[in-house]
Design a protein around this ligand. Structure first.
Ligand code: S3P
Length: 171
């Protein structure tokens, strides 16, 4: 199909491992619209990985950057924006997102999230003595906030990336 003319940017929110980046890319391809990724943009601008930014400058610095980047990316042409798992937690970010975008929570249960993140070393927040309990605590604290998203799409273990992108489109 021809390019969609979006009135708002589709902003994917949800936990680490929910598939925000993978689903966002597939959705942007399907809609023929730009794909934007706040983590990737922060890394590109700083010329450092997220882990390095956390290590060198701390989480508060990262969160500051995250807000700036989300603000800037939402000012561009409408597309699909994948955010980092903590982005929707800050009220300022939720305000920016609700002004210029439509938020979609990729709702994925804890066992699936864990199966996806446990072998990766890219997430500084999970570099703890017990990463599973850290993930579970983040999950419990964040779900009530993700519930405030405009829309939600529930994943199932047998859904592919394309299936999830299709569900977002339907929503
Ligand atoms: C974070 C999630 C990460 C990244 C940073 C913090 C979080 O993004 O922004 O490590 O607070 O949940 P992903 O959700 O893409 O892993």
């Amino acid at each position: 199909p021809e390019q969609w003319k979006l009135k708002k940017t589709v902003v994917l929110v949800g936990m680490m491992g929910a598939g925000k980046t993978a689903v966002g890319k597939a959705l942007a391809v399907a809609l023929h619209v730009p794909f934007l990724d706040s983590d990737a943009e922060i890394e590109r601008a700083a010329n450092m990985s997220i882990a390095e930014i956390f290590e060198r400058d701390g989480e508060a610095f990262f969160r500051d950057r995250e807000t700036q980047v989300i603000d800037r990316l939402l000012a561009d042409e409408c597309g699909v924006l994948s955010t980092g798992g903590g982005a929707f937690l800050a009220q300022r970010n939720r305000e920016l997102i609700s002004r210029k975008g439509v938020s979609v929570w990729l709702k994925v249960d804890l066992p699936i999230l864990w199966s996806r993140v446990k072998h990766k070393d890219t997430r500084p927040l999970l570099r703890t003595a017990n990463p599973y309990s850290t993930l579970r605590d983040l999950f419990d604290a964040r779900v009530p906030v993700y519930e405030q998203a405009d829309l939600s799409v529930e994943a199932r273990a047998d859904y592919t990336i394309e299936t999830m992108a299709g569900k977002v489109l339907e929503a």
